[in-house]
Design a protein around this ligand. Structure first.
Ligand code: HEC
Length: 430
C-alpha cells in the first residue's frame, strides 16, 4: 500500500483486503482492472497514450464507456474481436483501439455476482493514441520522402540540364570546328587561286619576255652574220674569232629563250597541237638533214632506218619534227665516235621512233631526272655539251600532248636509246 496504490474501495467488502505483514508493511488487494488502470496511468504520463478499462455494466462509475467504447463493446457482444478507428477526442484526433476482456474462471470470483459466466464479454480495454505525434512522424516521413523525391527529381533535372548543356556545348564546339574548317578551306582555296594566278602570271611573263628578248637577239645574230660575211668590210682573224663567239653565244641564248618560251607556253596551257596529216618519212628526213652538219663535223654517221609501212600520220608534224630534231641533236652532241641511228616502225595503231646513239650513256640514277625541266644531269656535261637542259622536258610534254609517250634506255659508256610513240591518228588535243 502506497500513496499511488491506495486500497480499492470497490473491494472493501472483501474481508482480507488489507493486510499488515509481520515486518509492518501494509498490503492491499489489487484486482486486474485496478492494475490495468495503474499501467494506463503510467502510459498516459509517459507516452500520452490513454488506456481505459471499461464495461457496459461497470462496477466503478468512472469505468463507464464513452459513446465510441459503447459501440465497440456492443460490437464485441456481436462477436467482433477488435475495433479500431481514428476519432476526435477532446478536440484532437486519436487513433482508438479496443479489444474485449473475456470472463475467465478466475474472474468469476469477483464478477460472478454481476451475473457473468465464463466466456461472457466482461468489458474491454480501449487505448487511445493521439494522432498528432503520428502525423508529425508521418509528415516527417512524407517530408523526407518528398524531399528525397524532390532531390532525386532535381538531380535528374540537373542531369538533364547539364547533359543538355554539355550537348549544346559540344554542338557549339563542333559548329566552331566546322566553321574553322570552312574558313581554312576558304583560305586554302583563295591561296590556291592566288597561286594559280601567280603561276599563270609567271608563265605569261616568261612568254612575253622571251618574245621581247628574241627580237633584239635575232638582230645581234643577224648583224654578226653580216659582219662575218664581210659585207661591212674586211676583218682580221681575231675579229672573226670574236664575232664567231658572239654569234655562238647569241644562238645559244636564242635556243634557251625558245625553249623557255615553249615550256612556259606548255605550262600556261597556251601551246596547242594541231593534228594534220603529214608524211612521217619526210619528217624524219628533214630532221636528219637538220643535224647532218653537226654530225659531219664530229665525223659521225647518221643513219635512218624507216620501215616500209611508215607513211602518213595524223598528228602535229611540226611538233613531231621538233621532238625528233631535239633527240637527234642530243644524240649527236653526246656521241664522240660511232653512229647515230633513227629507227621508225609502225606498232599496231602507233608509230614508234627510236634514236639510238653510241655515246656516253646515262647513269641509272640519273634516268628519272632526264625529263625534268632545268635539270641537265651535271653541270660539267652542260658546259662541255652546250644545251639548255630544257630539251628533253619539252620533248616529253610535246609527246604527251600528242597522246604518246617517251622513254629511254641507256648503258653507261655504250650509248642510249630514246624511243617515243605517237598515235597514228591524234584527236584535236589542245
Ligand atoms: C479480486 C476481485 C476481482 C477479480 C478476481 C477480478 N475483478 Fe474485475 N473488477 C473488480 C472490482 C472491484 C472492479 C471495479 C473497481 C475497479 O475498477 O477497480 C472490477 C472492474 C472490472 C472491470 C471494469 C468495469 C467495471 O465493472 O468497473 C472489468 C472489465 C473487469 N473488472 C474485468 C475482470 C476480468 C476479465 C477478470 C478476470 C480475468 C476480473 N475482472 C477479475 C474485482 C475483481
Amino acid at each position: 500500500m502506497t500513496e499511488a496504490t491506495k486500497p480499492n474501495p470497490y473491494l472493501s467488502h472483501i474481508p482480507e483486503r488489507d493486510l499488515t505483514t509481520p515486518s509492518g508493511k501494509s498490503l492491499t488487494l489489487i484486482n486486474p482492472a485496478y492494475m490495468t488502470r495503474q499501467v494506463h496511468e503510467l502510459a498516459a504520463e509517459q507516452y500520452g497514450v490513454r488506456g481505459h478499462i471499461t464495461s457496459l455494466n461497470p462496477i466503478r462509475p468512472e469505468n463507464a464507456p464513452d459513446p465510441w467504447e459503447t459501440g465497440a463493446l456492443q460490437a464485441f457482444e456481436r462477436g467482433e474481436t477488435e475495433t479500431i478507428s481514428v476519432k476526435k477526442m477532446e478536440g484532437e484526433e486519436h487513433m482508438r483501439l479496443m479489444r474485449p476482456l473475456i470472463t475467465e474462471k478466475g474472474c468469476l470470483k469477483c464478477h460472478a455476482a454481476q451475473g457473468y459466466q465464463e466466456g461472457d464479454i466482461r468489458g474491454g480495454i480501449s487505448v487511445s493514441i493521439p494522432m498528432e505525434p503520428l502525423w508529425a512522424v508521418a509528415r516527417m516521413q512524407v517530408l523526407t520522402l518528398a524531399a528525397g523525391h524532390i532531390l532525386l527529381w532535381l538531380m535528374g533535372f540537373g542531369g538533364i540540364v547539364l547533359g543538355a548543356q554539355r550537348l549544346s556545348r559540344s554542338e557549339r564546339e563542333r559548329n566552331r570546328a566546322a566553321e574553322e574548317l570552312r574558313k581554312y578551306a576558304e583560305q586554302l582555296g583563295q591561296a590556291n587561286i592566288r597561286f594559280r594566278e601567280a603561276d599563270q602570271f609567271k608563265s605569261a611573263f616568261l612568254a612575253t619576255m622571251s618574245h621581247e628578248l628574241r627580237t633584239p637577239l635575232n638582230s645581234i645574230i643577224g648583224f654578226t652574220g653580216i659582219l662575218l660575211q664581210r659585207m661591212a668590210g674586211p676583218l682580221n682573224d681575231e675579229q672573226i674569232k670574236q664575232l664567231n663567239m658572239v654569234r655562238g653565244s647569241g644562238r645559244h641564248l636564242l635556243n634557251l629563250i625558245n625553249d623557255v618560251l615553249d615550256i612556259s607556253k606548255i605550262e600556261a596551257g597556251q601551246l596547242e597541237v594541231t593534228p594534220k596529216p603529214f608524211d612521217m618519212r619526210q619528217a624524219i628526213e628533214k630532221a636528219v638533214e637538220a643535224v647532218t652538219p653537226l654530225a659531219e663535223r664530229k665525223g659521225l654517221s647518221l643513219v635512218a632506218e624507216v620501215a616500209p609501212e611508215v607513211g602518213e600520220v595524223v598528228s602535229d608534224g611540226r611538233r613531231v619534227e621538233q621532238v625528233l630534231i631535239n633527240l637527234l641533236n642530243n644524240a649527236v652532241k653526246f656521241t664522240q665516235k660511232g653512229e647515230v641511228r633513227v629507227e621508225c616502225e609502225v606498232d599496231d595503231d602507233r608509230i614508234v621512233t627510236r634514236v639510238v646513239d653510241t655515246g656516253i650513256g646515262i647513269k641509272p640514277e640519273d634516268m628519272d631526272k632526264l625529263f625534268r625541266a632545268f635539270s641537265q644531269i651535271d653541270a660539267g656535261i652542260a658546259r662541255r655539251y652546250e644545251g639548255t637542259g630544257l630539251g628533253l622536258s619539252i620533248c616529253k610534254k610535246l609527246v604527251e600532248m600528242l597522246g604518246g609517250d617517251i622513254r629511254v634506255e641507256s648503258e653507261r659508256g655504250k650509248g642510249s636509246t630514246f624511243a617515243f610513240t605517237v598515235p597514228m591518228q591524234t584527236g584535236g588535243t589542245t
